[in-house]
Design a protein. Structure first.
Length: 84
């Protein structure tokens, strides 16, 4: 197992870790609202299969989808800092 992990690009490993965290944050927020995936999909105006892809932890999100998720769930996902 260690040999396999050594072959993985550290940047890709970090990206995967962050995608998994993002998926978990979204899933936790859906649960906190008392919604299931189908209810969330309906509110997002997407199919439940799209929500399943989002929650897989491997999906590459478009920024507009993340912005819409923030609004529907009432959470902050994207933190934009002003550079001075």
């Amino acid at each position: 197992m260690d040999d396999l992990l050594d072959e993985i690009d550290p940047k890709e490993l970090e990206r995967t870790r962050k995608r998994m965290q993002l998926a978990a944050r979204i899933a936790d927020s859906i649960s906190a609202k008392g919604w299931d995936r189908e209810q969330f999909a309906e509110k997002m105006k997407v199919t439940p299969s799209v929500v399943s892809r989002w929650l897989s932890g491997t999906h590459h999100f478009e920024s507009d989808a993340l912005f819409d998720i923030e609004v529907v769930l009432g959470i902050g996902i994207i933190q934009l800092e002003t550079i001075q």
